[in-house]
Design a protein around this ligand. Structure first.
Ligand code: B12
Ligand code: SF4
Ligand code: SF4
Length: 365
């Protein structure tokens, strides 16, 4: 059993002699099951809210927080290789639960070492801020500030390791930890790729922005608005119509979302599935996702005009002086090319090892 799992501490008093620095916290988070972990400073998050008019900042929740430990779980790739969306819709729920469990263990461990800590609900909404779903903190921006990736064309967090195929959350703690440096190069390839724009069934991917209302029709197929719309229609329906409605797909969707959350979020995986960043894509998605059936000439034209706007330096709201911080101020620097080269070298080395049949014992570092 792990030494972290068995360590005991008295609540309220700091563990004598224990040094809990950023490296220790990250090691613990990985042992508990994080696939990626980074640290953001609460002061920096307070100074740089995603939208300053509606600040999603730690100080609004817990002013004594010093650091946010940002934890990501990779979404296993198998479901992105399927022909239907159902497997990935269910998987999303499972990954979120697992991720929350990891974050809970990190918070508990920190607190037992004497530092008040708690997990920020990954899907919570602060009704005092904007209308509709709006997190107390923006997890994607936490990810950028903790050095885990940068925002992509449709503003998902794109990580070098897994592209956008991660869910993430944060643990707020009163322990001061060395924050990670932000990635300043753009991880997303940008306009010349536009694969997420081509694949999006809602046409909601913009120029480093996303049309939330359009997206939510697909990503929250059986979410709160769909449920309300169904209930509104049901109330006004005749008895005969009601009998048909309770046997409809819409009703079943609402039932599924209430009983096991499936379809109420994460119902559309298309922008995640087609993003070519990450070795998970190189290893398992190149064949399954090469073709994008949703691509149309109209979308190709839109991508071309985004590229033109970028190269000619037209003002782009998603890349203005405030927002560019999270997209990558140094611009795209061929990360995919570097990744592919390293991936192919690794593959070639592994094939050579298999052919020699020595399991790598003759390799030298
Ligand atoms: C509400 C919500 C949605 C809504 C709205 C999404 C959105 N763009 O905000 C809908 C239903 C559309 C949605 C869809 C999806 N979501 Co969602 N969603 C959330 C949730 C719960 C809150 C997001 C939030 O608070 N947004 C508010 C802010 C950041 O958005 P905003 O106001 O548009 O921000 C912009 C403005 O502030 C603007 N701005 C900045 N400064 C200024 C200044 C001025 C003056 C102005 C005008 C504007 C401006 O720039 C910001 C960035 O674009 C988060 C969890 C969380 N707590 O973060 C998950 C989350 C973002 N979703 C996630 C995912 C995966 C998805 C989907 C892929 C569906 C799926 N398969 O799960 C799609 C992707 C859509 C997309 N590309 O955005 C993941 C992201 C993972 C990742 N790798 O990025 C999260 C983090 C959930 C999680 N815990 O992991 N989601
Ligand atoms: S989740 Fe679906 S609808 Fe929303 S941006 Fe991604 S591809 Fe488009
Ligand atoms: S699919 Fe291409 S444009 Fe979209 S986020 Fe990924 S790298 Fe960026």
């Amino acid at each position: 059993m792990s030494s972290l799992g068995t360590k005991t501490a008295t609540i309220g008093s700091r563990t004598a002699g224990a040094v809990i620095d950023a490296a220790t916290v990250k090691r613990a988070a990985c042992e508990f099951g994080a696939d990626l972990v980074g640290i953001a400073s609460a002061a920096t998050l307070n100074a740089f809210p995603p939208d300053p008019r509606f600040p999603q900042t730690p100080e609004r929740i817990a002013p004594r927080s010093k650091s946010v430990v940002v934890i990501a779980r990779h979404i296993p790739i198998g479901a992105f290789r399927c022909k239907t969306l159902a497997p990935v819709q269910y998987l999303d729920v499972l990954v979120m639960r697992r991720m929350d469990g990891v974050a809970y263990r990190v918070a508990e461990w920190l607190e037992r070492a004497g530092f008040p800590s708690f997990v920020m609900g990954a899907q919570e909404t602060d009704w005092n801020l904007k209308r509709g779903s709006y997190g107390f903190l923006s997890a994607r921006h936490l990810g950028v500030e903790a050095g885990l990736g940068t925002l992509g064309l449709g503003v998902s967090l794109i990580t070098p390791q897994f592209g956008p195929r991660v869910y993430l959350t944060g643990v707020l703690t009163e322990l001061e930890l060395e924050p990670d440096a932000r990635i300043t190069e753009q991880v997303c390839i940008g306009e010349s790729c536009s694969r997420c724009l081509y694949a999006c069934p809602a046409d909601s991917v913009g120029h480093f922005k996303n049309d939330k209302a359009r997206c939510s029709n697909f990503a929250q197929e059986s979410g709160l608005s769909t449920t309300f719309r169904f209930l509104d229609r049901f109330i006004d329906a005749s008895p005969a119509e009601k009998a048909g409605m309770v046997r409809s797909r819409d009703f079943f969707g609402c039932w599924q979302s209430v009983t096991h959350v499936a379809g109420s979020f994460g119902a559309c995986p298309r922008c995640m599935a087609v993003c070519p960043i990450g070795d998970d894509y190189n290893a398992h998605l190149t064949d399954a996702q090469r073709e994008i059936p949703e691509k149309t000439s109209e979308k190709t034209e839109r991508a071309r005009s985004l590229k033109e706007a970028r190269t000619s330096g037209d003002p782009v709201a998603g890349l203005n002086d405030w927002n560019v911080r999270w997209v990558g101020p140094d611009g795209y620097q061929q990360l995919l090319g570097r990744q592919l080269k390293a991936f192919r070298e690794k593959q070639a080395a592994s094939t050579a090892r298999d052919q020699r049949g020595d399991g790598g014992q003759n390799d030298r570092d």
